[in-house]
Design a protein around this ligand. Structure first.
Ligand SMILES: [Zn+2]
Length: 330
């Protein structure tokens, strides 16, 4: 069922956020809907009608989480509706439209947290419009929604991925309520939350800790993944293959470098041999010897330049080898 962000009759039921984690298949399932419809879904009723029902790999909720760094939920979602509750009916539609546009945008993000927050924000506003005493209703609306949306801007993703975050949440928050449901024919429990995402995050971390799973960042592709060991740094076979190919390439490059270094050293040895042989002669000419020595220095200098050209890709090993062979003819 699609949710529409417009003035409408509120159906009496509250909209819940439901999560169930399956260790065996390493999956998370998230549902957003009224209590009755979620219940029907969990009981496999084909007529069940919820706003969201997705089964994803375990950890997806945290992996898809994006911190609301610009406070969009407060400034573009909550504030126009808050102002609409305090203004006359001629000014209301414009403010409602601004918030509806923002909620629709968030809803279409298609991540479970945004979908839930958008529906709750709009539903909370519809409820706050009903009582005659708008000021009191607005305060209730504020209290209700702020505790839901403020963690979305307060927590950066890397912090939320860290299991120590659970301790911090526990210390700082008073929102700890979570209902546990036991759907039939399965031993997978389902938790539902209404006021806040924080107990959902806590519950999730607790389960991952029990199952010895850790969030890690892949050193090849940079993706966040769940590892069975803190030492793991590569997310998949595909990345492992890539890493091996790179390692092999590095090794080959080193082998080639060793090879041309070897060619160079042999050639330098040959030069020194010439020089020593000439020095040993009783009748060597000083002129010839110094010419030979300066030619050797020229060789060393050029070899150095050519070696660095090979190293930075401007020349190749075979070109270097060919040049050395030319020197042999000296
Ligand atoms: Zn990877």
């Amino acid at each position: 069922m699609e949710y529409h962000f417009k003035r409408q009759e509120i159906n009496g039921d509250r909209v819940l956020f439901a999560l169930s984690l399956d260790k065996k298949s390493a999956k998370e399932r998230i549902l957003v809907g009224s209590e009755i419809e979620i219940t029907k879904k969990l009981w496999n009723d084909p007529d069940a009608d919820v706003f969201y029902d997705e089964t994803c790999p375990l950890g997806t909720l945290f992996m898809n989480y994006r911190q609301d760094e610009t406070d969009g939920w407060t400034n573009r979602g909550f504030m126009p509706l808050w102002n609409a509750l305090h203004t006359n009916r001629w000014n209301q539609p414009k403010l409602e439209q601004a918030a509806a546009d923002f909620c629709t945008e968030m809803y279409q993000n298609a991540d479970a947290l945004s979908i839930y927050a958008a529906i709750r924000l709009w539903d909370g506003y519809l409820r706050a419009r009903q009582p005659r005493d708008r000021d009191t209703a607005a305060e209730v609306f504020k209290f209700d929604l702020m505790r839901l949306i403020s963690p979305l801007s307060a927590y950066p993703q890397e912090k939320l991925l860290d299991r120590d975050c659970a301790d911090e949440i526990r210390k700082s928050s008073t929102e700890m309520k979570l209902d546990i449901w036991y759907p039939p024919k399965t031993d997978i429990e389902c938790v539902t939350a209404y006021s806040s995402f924080l107990p959902v995050f806590l519950y999730y971390h607790k389960r991952l800790t029990e199952w010895s799973l850790y969030f890690r960042t892949c050193k090849v592709c940079g993706k966040i993944f769940l590892a069975r060991n803190l030492k793991y740094t590569i997310c998949s076979d595909k990345c492992r293959k890539k890493q091996n190919t790179q390692a092999k390439r590095d090794f080959d490059a080193r082998a080639i470098e060793n090879e041309y270094d070897h060619i160079y050293k042999n050639e330098a040895q040959r030069w020194l041999h010439y020089i020593h042989r000439m020095e040993r002669k009783a009748d060597y000419s000083t002129e010839q010897l110094s010419a030979l020595k300066s030619a050797y220095e020229d060789f060393k200098r050029e070899a150095k330049e050519r070696k660095s050209a090979v190293k930075n890709g401007q020349s190749s090993t075979s070109e270097f080898r060919d040049w050395i062979i030319q020197q042999l003819n000296y």
